[in-house]
Design a binder for this molecule. Structure first.
Ligand code: SAM
Length: 349
């Protein structure tokens, strides 16, 4: 048996494991390396990762290879030992890179929080970056290959994969965005992350509908892109968002707005705090207000412990009016899943 590392939200650990074990290849849990970080045993990790890349899971957000396993002492000497182990394994690890024209790579080091290592991930990564420099340029944001090092308590797991096989270009699927002075809610990170994960660009003009908009983070991002936004929520919008020229606050419930409005939109977003199935039904009704081919992004709030079942029910409802482009529990999602949809051009089933 060989190994790979899968990462999910700590609250979704058992759901993510079940989701993986429903795949065609046998998978067993070797151990949890940290909360939400599973070391998995499977006969062919690359084949499994390729299957997951082709048909992405919802509750697993990142995969990493564990081809090379080396013991850790828990002292700073680990850094030198890791560097030597990677240097010796490089010809094998890097064979794909050496035979092709220079492809940007990234070095990603993670340390288990369960192990009190006396070094930082930057200290481990630095000599590895020096080692890899002769192979080509590093591009931490858009790598084509990733050298992954996961330091658990007594062992480090090392491997190099094409970035596409990892499900995310970011270590552990953890997208970090800088806070800005204009930001009005942490919820903004969810929308920004979904745009990154599915490589989506918002239209630079047109009309957007934001259901459950308050305090206005998503509305702000849509308006910043150049969209005129109708922000629907019974609650107040942040004054800074309310004053934006492209923003109109419709104070009230989404149910009432959808029943009364005849306006057509290019983009529909929904971050409403409500039962996922009810929210999905409202999205199907709102689809008649979305131009054919229009983009929709929503969060589905999931209960514990029946989250996966509720997600499947909501997804069946959404399929009446939309093609699901992607669905994933993102790093910035808590008890919810973000879903990206495209309005069916042929009408509602
Ligand atoms: C998580 S907040 C939205 C945050 C927002 N996306 C942002 O970036 O600032 C959820 C919002 O859903 C709203 N909401 C809940 N039920 C609603 C309904 N039936 N119609 C409209 N808004 C609703 C709540 O008032 C709340 O403001």
């Amino acid at each position: 048996m060989s190994h790979l590392i899968a990462t999910c939200s700590p609250e979704a650990a058992s759901t993510a494991l079940t989701e993986l074990q429903q795949r065609s290849l046998p998978i067993t849990l070797a151990t949890w390396l940290d909360t939400g970080v599973a070391l998995l045993s499977t006969p062919d990790p690359q084949a499994l990762a390729d299957e997951l890349t082709a048909h992405p899971p919802v509750f697993v957000r990142h995969l990493a290879p564990a081809d090379l396993v080396m013991p850790l002492s828990g002292h700073v000497d680990d850094i030198a030992a890791l560097t030597v182990a990677v240097r010796d394994a490089l010809p094998d690890l890097m064979s794909e890179l050496m035979t092709s024209s220079a492809k940007p790579y990234a070095v990603q080091v993670r340390l288990s929080r369960q192990a009190a290592h006396p070094y930082t991930r930057y200290a481990v990564a630095e000599p590895l970056r020096t080692l890899l420099a002769s192979y080509g340029p590093e591009d931490v944001r858009h790598p084509q290959h990733i050298l992954s090092v996961y330091c658990a308590t007594a062992q480090a797991y090392i491997g190099l994969w094409p970035a596409a096989r990892c499900l995310s270009d970011w270590a552990g699927g953890e997208y970090h965005f800088a806070r800005t002075a204009e930001q009005v809610s942490r919820a903004e990170f969810k929308l920004l992350e979904s745009l990154e994960v599915w490589k989506l660009a918002l239209p630079g003009q047109g009309d957007a509908l934001d259901l459950g908009a308050a305090p206005g983070g998503w509305t702000r991002i849509l308006a910043q892109a150049g969209l005129s936004v109708v922000a629907v929520d019974p609650a107040d919008l942040d004054g800074r968002v309310l004053r934006l020229p492209l923003v109109q606050h419709w104070r009230g419930y989404a149910e009432a707005y959808i029943a009364s409005s005849t306006t057509m939109f290019d983009v529909l977003v929904n971050d409403m705090r409500m039962d996922a199935r009810h929210s999905a039904r409202l999205m199907v009704q709102a689809a008649t207000r979305l131009r054919p081919g229009g983009l929709a992004i929503m969060t589905l709030k999931l209960p514990q412990p029946r989250g996966a079942a509720v997600y499947r029910q909501a997804q069946q409802v959404l399929a009446q009016a939309y093609t699901v482009i992607g669905a994933r529990q993102l790093f910035h999602n808590r008890s919810e899943v973000t879903v990206v949809l495209r309005r069916e051009t042929g009408g509602i089933r």
